[in-house]
Design a protein around this ligand. Structure first.
Ligand SMILES: Nc1ncnc2c1ncn2[C@@H]1O[C@H](COP(=O)(O)OP(=O)(O)OP(=O)(O)O)[C@@H](O)[C@H]1O
Ligand SMILES: [Mg+2]
Length: 252
């Protein structure tokens, strides 16, 4: 579904991503760990096609199509969606107006806004005066309305309290179509075949792993993807010995 091949990226004249290779197959949820400044947000912003992230080499392939040079709106049309780590405040644009724009598939905005406890935010300007957790829920609602085939989530649980993290976890599962009636499936293989939406999720704390079924974890360190494996094992390793030791021992 999404193939990143030998991707190197410069931001502000500095190389922040070096030779990244990553394949995300349909239905897979990948987790991206990495210390502050490692380049995680830069990777997501580059995949989405934002200005200022200059691809110096490599390719981004979505569903077999080279999207490396496409503008952000064309990538969104093809099924890429992002929730930002720090989205902007937009004075003069009501939350309801933006949600209407996002709602390309005729979903029930009112019901979804209740599910995300955002029903009282419709008349407020986008993110203006929102708390950290409210911003994250609003980001998720916008993304759910877009129904992306590949969702890029930049620290979706950062600053979110314990009750709201449950709401966000459910929202991510719905976004990635992971809620399937038990009687509809018999095996793990069948579940995988039913799932088509994919996700790339950045997390520092790993709390979100308690609410979603993630498939593969990676560590981004100094702009390089250093290892790949079970996300819970990687998190445990990071907690025990830290980033530097973790990538050293896992790459040996
Ligand atoms: N416009 C810019 N000009 C110069 N440097 C930049 C610019 N944007 C990002 N950087 C630098 O690129 C590096 C990677 O930043 P990035 O935001 O991708 O890190 P991150 O892994 O998401 O970190 P965090 O966990 O703190 O969110 C940082 O050192 C950052 O200061
Ligand atoms: Mg970041």
């Amino acid at each position: 579904m999404l193939n990143i091949e030998n991707l190197s990226v410069k931001v502000g004249g500095r190389e922040v991503l070096k030779n990244i290779n990553l394949t995300i197959n349909p239905g897979e949820i990948h987790i991206l760990f990495g210390p502050n400044g490692a380049g995680k947000t830069s990777l997501l912003m580059t995949l989405m096609g934002f200005q200022g992230y200059h691809v110096t080499s490599g390719l981004i392939i979505l569903d077999g199509e080279d999207i490396t040079r496409l503008p952000v709106n064309e990538r969104a049309k093809r099924g890429l969606g992002i929730s930002f780590q720090r989205p902007p405040t937009i004075r003069g644009l009501k939350t309801a107006q933006l949600l209407d724009i996002c709602n390309q598939h005729g979903q029930d905005i009112e019901k979804l806004s209740y599910d995300l406890a955002l029903q009282d935010f419709m008349d407020r300007d986008i993110n203006y005066g929102f708390s950290g957790g409210e911003i994250k829920r609003s980001e998720m609602l916008q993304l759910m309305l877009q129904k992306p085939s590949v969702a890029l989530l930049d620290e979706p649980e950062s600053g979110v309290d314990l009750e709201n993290i449950v709401i966000l976890g459910e929202a991510i599962n719905r976004l990635l179509n992971k809620i399937i009636p038990h009687n509809a499936i018999q095996s793990h293989k069948e579940i995988r075949e039913l799932r088509k939406e994919s996700g790339l999720i950045i997390t520092h704390t790993g709390h979100i792993l308690n609410y979603i079924e993630a498939d593969i974890g990676h560590v981004l360190y100094n702009g390089k993807l250093s290892c790949m494996g079970n996300p819970r094992e990687i998190l445990h390793c990071l907690e025990e010995i830290g980033y530097e030791e973790c990538i050293r021992c896992r790459s040996n």
